[in-house]
Design a protein around this ligand. Sequence first.
Ligand SMILES: Nc1ncnc2c1ncn2[C@@H]1O[C@H](COP(=O)(O)OP(=O)(O)O)[C@@H](O)[C@H]1O
Ligand SMILES: [Mg+2]
Length: 365
Amino acid sequence: MYLQKLKLTNFRNYENLELEFNNNVNVFVGDNAHGKTNILESIYVSAITKSYRTGKDIECISFEKEFFRNVHTYIDESNKDKKIEVEVFLDTSNKKQIKEDNLKVNRYSDFIGKIPIVVFSPDNMNIVKGSPNNRRKFLDILISQISKKYVISLQEYNKLIKLKNDVLKLEKEKIDFTYLDIIDEQIAEKIEYISTKRYEYVDKVEKEAVKIQKELSKGDEILNLKYISEFENKNKEEVLNILLKSRENDIFRKTSNKTIAHDDFLVFVNNKEVNKYGSQGQNRTALLALKLAEFEILKEIKATIPLILLDDVFSELDKGRINYLIEYLKDYQVFITTTEVDSIDKVEDKTIFKVKNGTVEKLKN
Ligand SMILES: Nc1ncnc2c1ncn2[C@@H]1O[C@H](COP(=O)(O)OP(=O)(O)O)[C@@H](O)[C@H]1O
Ligand SMILES: [Mg+2]
């Protein structure tokens, strides 16, 4: 997919902004806090329907305004006549509305994945260095862009866990065990499916990431990933058994103790967990490898080129890794924010946008 143009209304520090892009490298240059990331954020919101920097999308509405409305127009590279116009509207009561070609999208699961996207941002270091929920989120966003069933399963799983926890909060005498059995059975089914998918995708990510880690380290570093879960290789019946065994403890603690919320994947470089034993360079390489693996997997399975957002990553990376990344992505549509235009000297085909205090001016290459 290519992003051809965008139109923002009341989004962050843009009351009205209209831009057109080229199919290659688009660079937003400007000092800090002038609105570069806000533009990338709007692109991400139009693809995933949520921001990557805040859990509260309402923060994206311009100060003192009642709503934002963005329209992003995409073109399918395999069929240049086919455009997809995505409109995202959100108001201060947190009512969100997505339209695709002017038709209301009823379910998030019907939309996500239409515009495959990969974002690199400084926060991404958490995928390697941070807590397990960062890694689960990485997997969930990747798989959600590919499998509608996965999106629905996750949503249903979360609902079921909430139902279960509501029951567990009751006095023991008031608990309806037949009802709890029904919920557990459904949870077991979701866990089996979600875990199987996550194992499958950790394997896919590893297969791609190992190549990139090797290249970036000139053959010195071998990357491995290992998904860890209580429910490894368990079918529905076995998952249900684990849930049932935990029931007494659940009732005592008034919450579900066996959930997929403890699942994680470990990243090894040369057989050592990289976040514990690796150098800063190895950790950065591992992150790049995971992110580029995400790009490769989406590209292959979706059979279209994902959009790439590079938010301020050059301040985090050294010259060698920057050049590798630029070389890797040079034939794709990329959106870059940077304070220093020097960092992308090497890119030939690029459009530069100067961002200053919420105004954006297209400069010559
Ligand atoms: N909801 C909002 N309404 C208006 N301005 C906002 C909103 N949220 C953030 N901003 C402004 O956006 C600017 C930061 O934009 P950002 O894109 O993150 O900057 P950078 O150019 O450093 O990437 C700040 O000036 C901030 O005050
Ligand atoms: Mg920024």
